[in-house]
Design a protein around this ligand. Structure first.
Ligand code: FES
Length: 122
């Protein structure tokens, strides 16, 4: 498995991401604090550039004890929305919130001495 250096952790602001064209695939790298995650930039729905979508906190409906809606709020889970048709994926797991079997393809990524390395699949 080839490992490619793609930049410094400090090149990506906390909560932001970058998309890199590496060899035969595009990879989205997402930073949260000192942690990074990476996914192939291919939406499982129809192949859209999912890693270039908008990121926001999941919208949750507040349900009262008598089962009535008390409005909406932002939760803690961060989602990315595919720009082609709006499928959402939990950034932490890569899974669609309504069907976890629909998920982004993870890519191995590590940070050593402040440098981000991506391991490309063979
Ligand atoms: S290709 Fe991503 S939602 Fe359709």
């Amino acid at each position: 498995m080839d490992e490619i250096a793609v930049g410094r952790l400090t090149d990506i602001a906390d909560g932001d991401y970058r998309v890199f064209a590496l060899d035969k695939i595009e990879v989205g790298i997402f930073r949260t604090g000192t942690k990074v995650l990476a996914y192939e930039n291919v939406c499982p729905h129809a192949g859209g550039p999912v890693c270039q979508g908008k990121i926001f906190n999941q919208v949750e409906e507040i349900i009262t004890p008598d089962k009535k809606s008390a409005g909406l709020r932002f939760g803690k889970q961060r989602h990315i929305v595919c720009p082609w048709h709006g499928y959402e994926y939990d950034l932490a797991t890569g899974c669609h919130p309504g069907d976890p079997s629909v998920r982004l393809t993870p890519v191995k990524v590590t940070v050593r001495d402040g440098q981000i390395y991506v391991s490309l699949p063979e």
